[in-house]
Design a protein around this ligand. Structure first.
Ligand code: GAP
Length: 456
């Protein structure tokens, strides 16, 4: 597995991720996705939406507002309890999360015994709604997308005539004023979540919790092609925290979040150690119950077959998109030796690769070659993400495309385009990223060959 610096450097060099507002020195915990990053991120989001909504009959989607009535965050418990313990070094004045420190020495200046007593620091970002900046106008940027689903539970259930069990899915931005950010896009202050709240009959939640653990573990393995030794499940119960999978002894005891009676966390082996990429929480009726109490509106569900009325329980698989981008890059990055030279190749799964095909004219000063290459690119564009690149020698162009995970390169050469060339065959070369095998294909068949390859 590559180290983090290798991935950070690749991301900047090749247009995946840039520091936000870099020309002003950046801003901690915020990142911008470049042309290739946004493609990769969109492909991951598409894969999730397909698996969670499109391929299933029992989940529908929403897209709720980022800013909600502040009472939402009172009911959810975030105003009162969404905080981390903060300490400050009296020597260098840097701040840290007390629960992440290993000793009483400052991690930055090394002074011992200079850390203040921990105080609780609330992670909600505050803003004001409207022109008056008084307390009555305070609102929060959502710290999770989940609450936009809970407060719409009845709207969705009734408008879509849904019967429990069913789920509501959402993809969107969340904001947390994290004390410490870092490890590139792993912990950010603005990030994207993909969350699904699955509403079940009380008493069936444990069975659904196990089922969602298995579905989500399989999704991670399949979507990112993750090796067995890089993924595991952390079981967080009130009594104990245990590991199912690799490195079972590498675990710290912790408690489930305030809203959960137990969590299964999907963990990935990042360069900095095992860390959470998705939490699958058994949220009981904590959220619907709290909203019902504070709003004074009944959120009960009526089962018209059994004539029962109840508050559904909830099982929630919640993942971070940015962390999954990092997983995709780390898991697919490979360096290999090809004819004595280092080849860097991003073996991204087909569905995730930002660019499916690159069309490369071998000589940009030959109009016959350029014309055919441009025509092929134009024919492919409606069918797959295609780029046209003539800015370097063919060897460098291949290396550049391998490094960003492009699945196929189509090369147009003299043999393809110049009838007076003694080897003229009217065919182009299609090169496979993984095997580096090259086949010659008539120009008119390139689209069908590539469409068939992508479909398989
Ligand atoms: N609704 C439940 C919830 O928000 P969470 O464990 O706090 O649970 C879910 O967040 C996922 O969101 C995490 O597994 C992680 O992938 C992502 N996430 C949370 N905080 C993040 C941050 N500061 N930066 C990037 N991703 C984050």
């Amino acid at each position: 597995m590559p180290d983090m610096e290798t991935i950070v450097s690749l991301c900047k060099r090749r247009g995946f991720v840039f520091q936000s507002s870099e020309i002003y020195g950046g801003i901690g915990g915020f990142w911008d996705y470049g042309p290739l990053g946004v493609e990769l991120k969109n492909n991951i989001k598409r894969a999730w939406w397909k698996a969670m909504v499109q391929d299933r009959g029992d989940i529908v989607g929403v897209d709720a507002a980022v800013i909600m009535n502040p009472q939402v965050w009172v009911a959810s418990g975030h105003v009162a309890t969404f905080s981390d313990p903060l300490v400050e070094c009296k020597n260098c004045h840097h701040r840290f999360r007390a629960d992440k420190l290993k000793s009483d020495a400052c991690p930055d200046c090394g002074m011992r015994g200079q850390l203040t007593e921990p105080r609780q620091f609330n992670l909600l970002f505050q803003t004001h709604v409207g022109p008056v900046e008084d307390d009555a106008a305070i609102a929060y940027l959502r710290p999770e997308t989940a609450q936009g689903i809970f407060v719409n539970f009845q709207n969705v259930q009734q408008s879509m005539r849904r019967k429990v069990p069913f789920g509501i899915a959402q993809i969107g931005r969340s904001f947390r004023n994290e004390i410490i950010t870092g490890n590139f896009i792993f912990r950010d202050r603005e990030f994207e979540q993909m969350e699904m709240e699955f509403f079940v009959k009380p008493g069936t939640e444990d069975e659904w919790h196990d089922r969602w653990r298995d579905i989500r573990y399989d999704w991670w393995k399949r979507t990112f092609n993750i090796r067995d030794e890089h993924i595991r499940i952390k079981v967080i119960r009130r009594e104990a925290t245990t590991i199912v999978g690799p490195d079972p002894d590498d675990v710290e005891q912790e408690k489930p979040p305030h809203y959960s009676k137990g969590n299964y966390d999907v963990e990935y082996k990042f360069p900095m150690g095992w860390s959470e990429v998705e939490g699958i929480a058994s949220r009981t009726d904590y959220d619907l119950g709290s909203h019902q109490k504070l709003s004074g509106k009944s959120l009960e569900y009526f089962d018209d077959e059994t004539k029962e009325k109840y508050l559904p329980y909830v099982v929630e698989p919640a993942m971070g998109v940015d962390r999954s981008v990092l997983v995709a890059l780390l898991e697919s990055y490979q360096e290999e030796q090809v004819r004595g030279e280092k080849r860097v190749v991003l073996r991204l799964p087909h569905a995730l690769a930002p660019i499916k095909v690159a069309v490369l004219p071998l000589a940009r000063n030959r109009p016959e070659i350029v014309a055919i290459a441009q025509e092929i690119a134009a024919t492919l564009r409606p069918h797959m993400m295609t780029v046209y690149d003539d800015t370097a020698s063919i060897g460098r162009l291949y290396r550049r495309q391998d490094e960003v995970g492009t699945l196929y390169c189509v090369t147009v050469d003299h043999q393809s385009a110049i009838p007076s060339d003694e080897k003229y065959d009217g065919k182009v070369t299609i090169r496979d990223r993984d095997t580096m095998e090259q086949i010659r294909v008539p120009v008119a068949e390139v689209k069908d060959v590539l469409v068939a390859k992508l479909a398989s």
